[in-house]
Design a protein around this ligand. Structure first.
Ligand SMILES: [Zn+2]
Length: 69
């Protein structure tokens, strides 16, 4: 039986907390990625329940009282 050594790409060194965080400063949601809620008009991320009024696609009330505060 032949032993095969599998090599694959491994990071040369650990990315420090600061470095990783600095890189992630560019990860932000753009305004284009938001949609206005048809019920309350708040900016909502697409395909997600409105955090302001708890509706989805204008009608379906998913949760009401927990969200409304
Ligand atoms: Zn809403």
């Amino acid at each position: 039986m032949k032993l095969e050594l599998q090599l694959f790409a491994v990071p040369f060194r650990k990315v420090s907390k600061t470095r990783g965080r600095k890189r992630r400063t560019h990860y932000k949601i753009s305004e284009n990625a938001t949609v206005t809620c048809p019920k309350c008009g708040a900016a909502v991320r697409g395909h997600r329940v409105c955090a302001n009024c708890g509706t989805y696609k204008g009608k379906e009330v998913v949760k009401e009282k927990e969200v409304a505060e």
